[in-house]
Design a protein around this ligand. Structure first.
Ligand code: AMP
Ligand code: MG
Length: 420
């Protein structure tokens, strides 16, 4: 990597993603595959449905027998069987005969249609519903009516899901219906999360003068979890190269796929993360024209990609959102690495400094339009404005002022029902 200074957000993203591999494949039980990306295509060994079956509760019959049926002059058929879901009737149905059939039960031989129970005189509607000896049919049906055919949904041999498909509950359902229960997926990225700083104390410790709790560690572990990654907490490193190295070694020992640390990457006298990377790994870049979050180091440590986020909690979270998120999703095999983005009308003026800025905002729907309102206090230590926000408004590089009424792109952090 060549050392580059002060690059744009998209240049930084390009450099990071170029160094991020897609991880190896593992086989996991069906439910563990949820949210993961398929590593190989899945081919159906069975057809779906696997046999012709009824789509209604009713009577299986021969359509030709119903030609002249009306409510006033019904056709009466002899009921010769009762086919519950899961049962199989092998007797062939002949002219003038019907078999009661439940939704999903297999069609009996000889039958070519089903009449829904609503279109019969089904006399026993109580709980017991004993099988009537005769049934009156109130209308005609055509051959194939209310029959679900073999392979109508999926044919045996067909590729049902392609490699690269991200698995949602509906894909889990299809795999289950095909009997595929060990699923080849890309393994979950292991992300080592390190907080650095002499001022940091664990969340369980009482506050002391000059100290603050390590919130970044928790935010980033939560961000890793929310993306389906496996966080490896590397704790808090003091502002010494030795301690940072010791904590990173624990990450190497745990075979992390990515390091994410916070703080220690700017120009302060104790900013040792960058020094460790420079001395023992390499640094591809360490400043990005982004706001919040100018100091952002990317390089490798022990051959593992390393993202050194800024220390300020908002900068850390937003930089993670923009860069670490894409890296983790890419590792896990995803191809859609950005959040959904929509165009919104800005509700208040925004001043910027020419860097690509990510402004905390609430996006709401008003009729056909989306409105974006900033959530106040944009200081990079102000966590409450992030808590209020559901989006980050992107002020493009080079812009120093955006007036209320102008359009901006919103990077949607979430899409709460109450707003849309
Ligand atoms: P630094 O990058 O070390 O100059 O840190 C920038 C700011 O982020 C300082 O105010 C730090 O106290 C704060 N900070 C650094 N690490 C954390 C952390 N893990 N949790 C909360 N705040 C932090
Ligand atoms: Mg510091």
């Amino acid at each position: 990597m060549t050392k580059q200074e002060y690059i744009t957000v998209s240049e930084a993203l390009e450099i990071i993603l170029a160094g991020i591999p897609i991880l190896s494949t593992e086989y996991v039980p069906l439910l563990e595959a949820l949210g993961r990306v398929l590593a190989e295509p899945v081919t159906a060994h069975d057809s779906l449905p696997p046999f012709p079956n009824s789509s209604m509760d009713g009577y299986a019959l021969r359509a030709a027998d119903t030609t002249n049926a009306t409510p006033d002059s019904p056709v009466e058929l002899h009921v010769i069987g009762d086919i519950a879901a899961g049962a199989v009737m092998t007797t062939e149905l002949r002219q003038g005969e019907a078999a009661r059939i439940m939704t999903g039960a297999p069609m009996p031989p000889g039958a070519d249609a089903v009449i829904p129970v609503e279109d019969t005189n089904e006399p026993w509607r109580g709980k017991e519903r004993p099988l009537p000896p005769y049934i009156q049919i109130h209308r005609s049906v055509k051959p194939n009516d209310y029959i679900r055919h073999i392979g109508e949904d999926i044919e045996a041999g067909q590729t049902v899901l392609q490699a690269g498909h991200a698995l949602r509950p509906q894909e889990v359902g299809i795999l289950a219906s095909l009997g595929v229960h060990q699923i080849p997926v890309i393994r979950r990225p292991k992300v080592g999360v390190l907080a650095t700083g002499d001022e940091l104390i664990p969340v369980t410790a009482p506050l002391e003068p000059g100290k603050i709790r390590n919130s970044n560690g928790y935010t980033q572990i939560a961000q890793v979890l929310a993306l389906g990654g496996i966080p490896i907490s590397l704790g808090i490193a003091r502002d010494t190269e030795t301690d940072v190295r010791t904590k990173l070694q624990a990450g190497l020992d745990a075979s992390v796929d990515l390091f994410v640390s916070s703080a220690g990457v700017s120009l302060g006298a104790y900013d040792v993360v960058k020094a460790v990377l420079e001395h023992e790994g390499n640094v591809a870049f360490w400043r990005v024209r982004m706001r919040p979050g100018k100091p952002l180091a990317y390089g490798k440590y022990g051959g593992i990609p390393y993202l050194g986020l800024p220390g300020n909690p908002v900068s850390a979270m937003v930089s993670f959102e923009r860069f670490a998120r894409a890296a983790i999703l890419k590792m896990a095999g995803h191809t859609k690495l950005d959040r959904p983005q929509i165009t919104v009308t800005l509700q208040d003026d925004i001043n910027s400094d020419g860097r690509e800025s990510y402004i905390r905002a609430i996006v709401e729907r008003q009729g056909e339009n989306y409105l974006g309102t900033t959530t106040g206090g944009q200081g990079s230590h102000m966590m409450t404005s992030l808590v209020k926000a559901n989006a980050l408004l992107i002020v493009p590089e080079g812009k120093k002022f955006i007036a209320a009424g102008e359009k901006l792109t919103a990077w949607m952090l979430d899409w709460p029902e109450r707003v849309f």
